[in-house]
Design a protein around this ligand. Structure first.
Ligand code: ZN
Ligand code: FE
Length: 255
């Protein structure tokens, strides 16, 4: 099975899974890069998975469906163009012989879902949209900090080897913030050096892994004393009233 991030717009990735003949894509905000990849590899598009309603994740869906007849799967609780098969918590979709389970992860949007496969060529895979990024998390457009924190805790509890397929290449700016929050984390410093080299060579920093994110992502580490201390330095009152996670998210918004 091939797992390929197709670059779209300025910093999106449309993840493509294919077996050499048939393909699926996740969050196609634009049809053009998908149609190009299908033609380049002589693939037939079978299905489309959507994580949430934002246009940079859905803009290419109608064109791809019309061009290929692909089946479309998306969140149960969001305003989405029909027809699509609406997926709720723990429902599964079969993708090229693999079972992907839906995990509801509200926060970025209120009905945001992720798709998780426990074993693809020996390791799990997660398509998490704009919920978990490498070194960061999505902005809270519709959900509360508590919802996003709970969603991220659910994802962080997945096996460490899970490949984390995020929809944006935000890693370097996230890591800049992460280092401000946790300057003494040497795993984080090494990871930043690694990702800087990847981006200098125009290589995606993704997929990440759950184990990597547990070690470096401040939004999965808000229970760490050093991170709590950093949040207090940023805004002691907010940290006291709303907690470390909400304060980190507010800090990142204006960083
Ligand atoms: Zn979004
Ligand atoms: Fe997005």
């Amino acid at each position: 099975m091939k797992l390929i991030p197709l670059p779209a717009f300025t910093d999106n990735y449309i993840w493509m899974l294919h077996d050499g003949q048939a393909a699926w894509v996740v969050d196609p905000g634009d049809a053009a890069p998908v149609l190009q990849a299908l033609a380049a590899h002589s693939l037939k598009l079978q299905g489309i998975l959507v994580t949430h309603h934002h246009p940079d994740h859905t803009g290419g869906v109608a064109e791809l469906r019309n061009a290929t007849g692909a089946a479309v799967f998306g969140p149960y609780r969001e305003n989405m163009p029909e027809p699509l098969r609406r997926m709720a918590q723990d429902e599964t979709v079969e993708v090229l012989g693999l079972s992907f389970r839906v995990i509801e992860v509200p926060g970025h949007t209120s009905g945001h879902i992720a798709y998780y496969c426990a074993a693809m060529d020996g390791a799990p895979v997660l398509f998490c949209g704009d919920t978990l990024f490498s070194g960061g998390c999505g902005r809270l457009f519709e959900g509360t900090p508590a919802q996003m924190q709970a969603s991220l805790e659910t994802l962080a509890a997945l096996p460490g080897g899970t490949r984390v397929c995020c929809t944006h290449e935000y890693t370097l700016s996230n890591l800049k913030f992460a280092r401000e929050v946790e300057p003494d984390n040497t795993v984080l410093a090494d990871y930043q050096t690694h990702c800087l080299a990847l981006r200098a060579a125009n290589v995606p920093t993704l997929p990440s892994t759950i184990a990597q994110e547990r070690a470096i992502n401040p939004f999965l580490r808000s229970n760490q004393p050093t991170i709590a201390a950093s949040a207090q330095r940023f805004d002691a009152a907010q940290t006291a009233n709303q907690g470390v996670f909400a304060t980190l998210r507010a800090w990142k918004n204006q960083f």
